[in-house]
Ligand binder design. Structure first.
Ligand code: ADA
Ligand code: CA
Ligand code: CA
Length: 333
């Protein structure tokens, strides 16, 4: 009769120890704290493995033992420690796409005829539809009097759009703007222009591509900076030109990062800048599908505001206007 209370006490003690062991792990119905960051995230939906993927939203069970399936919610036990390897982040930021794959042209979901310039404000997602000029916009060729298919106002984003033929004067940006995943199948007078009003404005072109530009792809008329990254430039005259003879001239800046260049018969230079107005051009991860030095990477001009044709005054990296190292440019015929 004296042994029964003792066995009961041992049973209670044993259970307490068991509960104690499980106390370090998250209980079945309790909530564990978030796991540590995974050291490597899985690929983002649209890109290669991100080096900076975010942590999984929930950590795995703590290392202190799995939760006892018969335990009650761990009101007294501490939450499980974060797993030593967090789950891969499902929404990790995708890394930059591989340069060699940038000219993978998309298929249009459908085609829209555009009779009058479409004004873009806020964030516009075109759903990979193809927009084609019609009526007054049904023009291509090199006339400078064409209007754009899209006019992107200050702060707006144009995304997931294919511009077909005729493309008229493409896209105009009034100031800060982003063109994300925009593709020009047959560039009109030019593909896009930064008109701009202030030196602090930035036009960012991220992903997408342009082809069949008998002259320029991107035209920079206002002040500010144009960033062209993760882009395909195929069969064109120049990828970028800081206006050589606009009525009002400014220091303009261009940054090229991760660009696949497939030159055509009219390709003369990647970039044209005015050294006398203190333009700058920087280059990184440029892959040119042509023999070494078979085209000009950075052409310097003496610009003017009289409308005269500006003369060339030098080309190649000079450390002040045209900035790149040999390793920034890869030639691959
Ligand atoms: C040329 C022309 C400019 C402007 C520009 C453009 O550089 O000299 O005045 O029209 O093209 O915006 O396409
Ligand atoms: Ca022009
Ligand atoms: Ca133009």
């Amino acid at each position: 009769m004296k042994q029964r209370p003792l066995s009961l006490s041992l049973l209670v003690l044993g259970a307490a120890i068991l509960y104690g062991c499980g106390g370090d792990g998250a209980s079945a119905t309790g909530t564990g704290t978030a796991g540590d960051s995974g050291s490597t995230g899985a690929a983002g939906a649209t890109g290669a493995a991100g080096t900076t993927a975010s942590a999984g939203t929930t950590g795995s069970a703590g290392t202190g033992g799995s939760a006892g399936t018969t335990s009650a919610a761990g009101t007294t036990g501490s939450a499980g420690r974060g797993g030593t390897t967090g789950a891969a982040g499902t929404t990790g930021t995708a890394g930059a796409p591989a340069t060699a794959s940038l000219c993978t042209w998309p298929t249009a979901a459908s085609t829209v005829m555009v009779n009058a310039t479409i004004t873009i404000s806020g964030n516009y997602d075109g759903g990979m539809r193809r927009f084609v000029g019609a009526g007054n916009l049904g023009t291509s060729g090199q006339s400078e009097s064409q209007d754009p298919i899209f006019n992107v106002i200050e702060g707006a984003t144009l995304a997931n759009v294919i511009i077909g033929n005729p493309a008229a004067d493409g896209v105009h940006c009034e100031g800060n703007c982003t063109l994300k995943n925009v593709w020009w199948e047959d560039v009109g007078e030019d593909a896009a222009t930064l008109k701009g009003t202030s030196p602090s404005q930035v036009m960012t072109i991220d992903r997408g591509g342009a082809q069949k530009a008998s002259d320029k792809i991107f035209q920079h008329n206002g002040p500010g900076t144009m960033i062209i990254r993760n882009f395909c430039a195929q069969d064109f005259g120049k990828l970028y030109r800081s206006c050589g003879n606009c009525d009002t001239q400014y220091a303009r800046h261009v940054q090229l990062q991760n660009v696949l260049v497939v030159p055509g018969s009219s390709t003369s230079a990647l970039v044209g800048v005015n050294s006398n107005y203190n333009d700058t051009a920087t280059f990184g991860s440029i892959l040119i599908k042509a023999a070494s030095n078979s085209l000009t990477v950075c052409q310097r001009y003496t610009g003017n505001n009289t409308g005269a044709e500006p003369p060339k005054n030098g080309s190649g990296a000079d450390g002040t206007v045209c900035m790149y190292a040999p390793s920034d440019i890869t030639w691959m015929p």
